[in-house]
Design a binder for this molecule. Structure first.
Ligand code: BMA
Length: 263
């Protein structure tokens, strides 16, 4: 009993996630052998979505998920075999194994008339009060930010140019809670960079592209869904305390970061 309480205390985080408890969320502990001091670690069975997941869809990647009615639902970027991306609905009991609808999501406009863009990619999914919003194709930097007692925690992609093409890594920042255009902390180093075969090899090599998180406020656990090499979906984990301390310890701000405004 004493040990159990100790365990629970250990699980409770100092930085608070302001959100719901999702006790059954996907989770694996950090592997004992860890070659870096980075605060993110990968799901051992990655990638969670492989090639040709749906008839007529060659690859699913850069996709967003959310807890829904005791399970999970998601909007997935499916690159069709004609090369055109569209958004597909997926459902999952555990947030890891996904079943996709064969047909694309059918959108309607405000009058209820069919509204089908020709092309839609990199969807994000957010719930605001009782409405679920699907957003796509805008120049988003990352996953929808997580509300915390330190500010908005943002996982975003950062791009470096090499003589052999771009490399997309996962970065982290904390934005002011009242004025999110003000950056409080921005991690100078990446939190994760392409290292595994499914990140380094694919339709577009060297891409890790975060699009969504699931988090459990009670334990401080965070799962990050990211597109890998424009070919797969990967899952990575962290804990709120660990990632916030890392970002703060490695924060370097420019003057612009601390100014109100668009960047
Ligand atoms: C970006 C977007 C992403 C893509 C990435 C790497 O500009 O188009 O959809 O994952 O490039 O190809």
């Amino acid at each position: 009993m004493k040990n159990k309480i100790k365990e629970q205390v250990k699980e409770m985080s100092k930085v608070r996630i302001i959100g719901n408890d999702v006790p059954e969320m996907p989770w694996q502990e950090r592997p004992a052998e860890n070659r870096t001091n980075l605060p993110l670690w990968r799901y051992r069975e990655n990638p969670i979505i492989g090639r040709n997941p749906v008839e007529g869809v060659a690859r699913i990647f850069n996709s967003a998920v959310i807890p829904y009615e005791g399970a999970y639902i998601g909007v997935f970027r499916g690159e069709q075999t004609n090369g055109i991306s569209f958004i597909y609905l997926g459902r999952s009991k555990d947030g890891i194994h996904w079943d996709f609808e064969k047909d694309k999501i059918r959108f309607v406009d405000e009058e209820g008339n069919e509204f089908m863009p020709r092309y839609a990619y990199d969807p994000r999914l957010v719930k605001l009060e009782d409405t679920y919003y699907i957003i796509w194709c805008q120049d988003f930097y990352g996953a929808a930010p997580i509300e915390t007692s330190e500010g908005w925690l943002l996982f975003y992609h950062g791009v470096s140019g090499t003589c052999n093409g771009y490399v997309y890594s996962i970065g982290g920042a904390i934005l002011d809670i009242d004025n999110p255009s003000v950056v409080k902390y921005r991690c100078e180093t990446f939190l994760m960079t392409p290292e595994e075969w499914y990140e380094e090899r694919g339709f577009v090599p060297n891409v890790t592209f975060p699009c969504a998180t699931i988090e459990d406020a009670a334990s401080g656990r965070i799962a990050i869904y990211y597109g890998a090499a424009d070919s797969y979906v990967g899952l990575a984990f962290t804990r709120i305390d660990e990632v916030v301390s890392y970002i703060k310890e490695h924060s370097v701000l420019t003057e612009e970061d601390t100014e109100t405004g668009k960047r």
